[in-house]
Design a protein around this ligand. Sequence first.
Ligand code: PAF
Length: 285
Amino acid sequence: MIKANTVSQVREQVKKWKKEGLSVGLVPTMGYLHKGHASLVDEAVRQCDKVVVSDFVNPTQFGPGEDLETYPRDFEHDCALLEAHGCHMVFHPDVSEMYTEEIATYVENISDMPKTLCGKTRPIHFRGVCTVVSKLFNIVTPDKAFFGMKDAQQLAIIRKMVTDLSFGIEIVGCPIVREDDGLAMSSRNTYLSAEERKQALVLSRAVKLGQELIAKGEHDADKITSEMKALITEMPLAKIDYVSAVDGTSLKDTKTLKNGDLVAMAVYIGKTRLIDNFTVNCDKG
Ligand code: PAF
């Protein structure tokens, strides 16, 4: 596996691959990789000849008071996981390689998409995500890019960005990967104490409850999200940020659930903010 720190290294290597007629897949990550990331790499390896994984904690998507400094990092462990899963090149730049000291240009979705759900409490987050993902797309010029469905709002906003800016890159959304007990994989799970880890299971239980209610024929979004909220508040360490039902593409609030809608939540367990979601399938929940 090639370890690249500079934009020019990545560009030269990708140029060689493209000259040989090989397709390139990109998996953007912020490192501290787990099985969820591994599943994205596996899918990229299945679909593309060469796979580039970016491993970069992107400062522009963290707001003041968020966990930029403490965000977990372990590049050696990441490289071992990536080699084991067949990644061909990891891009691990310094912040100074990606950003000048004064950033004057951002990529920003100016609709309500980044203002709802997580955007209500993280107002600059998706501007930072769109900016860094655009930069990675320009650097790697992949044929396909792979993102997890756990970050469903991010995925919808990136799909819109790719359409609006004619990136010509296929965006592949990959299913949420869960621990055996249901907790959605996240680098932030590492912040949880043993007791918090137990109570964090309420997120996946709420997902299951929502799906069961839909499978029984309930399509009223308020009723479903209210029951999910009631379940979550039973946990003393849980504080709900939001539990919402939105259209899966526009992210606009929805009252009556239909196939493809998104039921998403963010919940603090102690100080750790966790997210989870499911896409509505009226036949199965
Ligand atoms: O999903 C993430 O880990 C990040 O938001 C991403 C897409 C790598 C951009 O920094």
